[in-house]
Design a protein. Sequence first.
Length: 94
Amino acid sequence: MNNASNYELLKKIINEVDPIGLVDFDTPESLNEYDPELKAIFKKNIVQLSKEELGQWIYQVFVEFFDEKLAQRREQYDLIADRFLTAINDGNQT
């Protein structure tokens, strides 16, 4: 998968998990709420990271953008990382 495909895949997963509670699937504009965080996440070559490293990186980005209280549970970022890496390793788009 190329970077654009990886971006769209991770965007879909983050929107589904919605770690901060910003997405309203009835409001299409809200599907872009996490674009700044996604751009920051992709400053690293995330496909080369382990699940743990990627979960930590995504969590770190969300803490920087929101704060630790709003970012909430670290486990949800591990779930995002797991779903993303499983999908790219399987060649699927979840």
